[in-house]
Ligand binder design. Structure first.
Ligand code: SAH
Length: 234
């Protein structure tokens, strides 16, 4: 089903995702439309507008656009426009979703008060994600104003120095639902995290973890997925 949403241009890809019901929110549509996915797939520019993961080197992939859409839509209620939300993107890889999230919390002009930290444990990927983001004027502004920070670190520990966060996205499958990440959520806040199942079949599920305004945590298992693991650095 996913490949049906592919396009020949970024605009076509996003329109097809919207028409297929894989993007439902106008804000997510606008935010993804204004980030050219080809800037974040330097090694496979011809495949940039396919609705599929693509290799980005270092044995990592940029996730499929419909997964980025689904993550952004899940976290959206915790990233209201003009509220200056603080967001953590773990396993930021190419930097694509970090940029989309920054558009959501900083507004279309990139001048809002939002802040997004992208964390990856591979220095080469963090360097590449900065280069990718610098390919557009909006991306350069987000970096130069400090609204987006891309740092090297072990995402299983989160990034407490930048927290707490209204929304946390995890882009690699965790062996467990790390408590350190739950602790870094604001009250209220939401985390979107793929977690390995203990069934022995290698299944992974998205878990949506909500912390309410009183600090009460609830966890809901959402869809089955396939992500690269959240591991030790190579
Ligand atoms: N959201 C990214 C996904 C990249 S793939 C994108 O769409 O481009 C998953 C990423 O998780 C890889 O870049 C990998 O280097 C990173 N990763 C894996 N384990 C990690 C860890 N313990 N800490 C931080 N990043 C990690």
């Amino acid at each position: 089903m996913a490949w049906r949403s592919s396009g020949r241009t970024n605009a076509e890809l996003i329109t097809n995702l919207f028409n297929a019901g894989l993007i439902t929110s106008p804000r997510v549509r606008e935010s993804m439309s204004s980030v050219d996915r080809a800037h974040y797939c330097p090694s496979s520019p011809l495949a940039a507008y396919e609705d599929s993961p693509q290799p980005i080197g270092f044995r990592a992939t940029i996730s499929a656009p419909h997964m980025h859409a689904s993550a952004a839509e899940s976290l959206l209620p915790f990233m209201p426009e003009d509220a200056g939300a603080n967001v953590l993107d773990i396993g930021s890889g190419s930097g694509y979703l970090t940029h989309v999230l920054a558009n959501l919390v900083c507004g279309a002009d990139g001048k809002g008060d939002g802040h997004v930290v992208g964390v990856d444990h591979i220095q080469g990927l963090v360097d590449m994600s900065r280069e990718n983001m610098r390919r557009s004027e909006e991306g350069r502004r987000l970096l130069d104003t400090g609204r987006v920070e891309l740092v090297v670190g072990d995402g299983r520990k989160g990034y407490p120095e930048g927290g707490p966060y209204d929304a946390i996205h995890v882009g690699a499958a965790a062996a467990e639902l790390h408590q350190s990440l739950v602790d870094q959520l604001k009250a209220p806040g939401r985390m979107f995290i793929p977690v390995e199942d203990k069934d022995g079949w290698g299944s992974q599920w998205i878990w949506v973890v909500d912390k309410d305004k009183d600090g009460k945590v609830t966890k809901k298992r959402d869809m089955g997925v396939r992500y690269v693991p959240l591991t030790d650095a190579p």
